[in-house]
Design a protein around this ligand. Structure first.
Ligand code: THU
Length: 161
């Protein structure tokens, strides 16, 4: 018997002033994009903005529904938009932020399990790791170098193709 260990490294920044200009601009954009979210049921407004490898940006926000499970997260809205507007172009970085009428937006959130699976598929299909920049409206910022770090033992296309 052998025990394996999964671990990963991520960067922690105290606030936006420690980021590069490129990353800071993306985070400012994601923070502002939370305003486009439709989240009347949770009052939790998520904004995600991707910087693509062609230099373009694409956004997504969560879109809720009176039939709750129909709602979709910001990250998957973003991926659908990116795939449709810039087919085949890989994503360099996605900044994800949120705002809330109920809780403070003062720490990073990370994508839900379903979105991790969807983000991983995007990495695989475009052949490039997606950097994630995670932050609230204020406070610490985390940068994770690839979605794969967030989904150990992932089931991916290599099992099927
Ligand atoms: N949500 C996202 O859009 N992205 C996340 O990373 C976490 C959760 C949305 C789903 C739902 O509309 C609301 O936030 C509360 O769960």
């Amino acid at each position: 018997m052998k025990e394996n260990k999964f671990e990963f490294q991520y960067e922690v920044y105290n606030d936006i002033s420690e980021l590069t200009k490129e990353d800071a601009d993306l985070l400012i954009n994601a923070r502002a994009t939370t305003k486009q979210a439709y989240a009347p049921y949770s009052n939790f407004f998520v904004g995600a903005v991707a910087r693509l490898t062609n230099g373009e940006t694409v956004a997504g926000t969560n879109q809720e529904n009176a039939s709750y499970p129909v709602g979709i997260c910001a990250e998957r809205v973003l991926l659908g938009n990116a795939a449709t507007i810039y087919p085949g172009v890989s994503i360099d970085t996605i900044a994800i932020s949120y705002d809330s009428k109920e809780v403070a937006s003062d720490h990073p959130i990370s994508p839900c399990g379903m979105c991790r699976q969807a983000l991983l598929e995007y990495e695989t299909r475009t052949g490039a790791p997606i950097r994630l920049l995670l932050a609230g409206q204020q406070g610490k910022i985390y940068i994770v170098k690839t979605v794969r770090f967030l989904l150990p033992f992932a089931f991916d296309s290599s099992e099927l193709l």
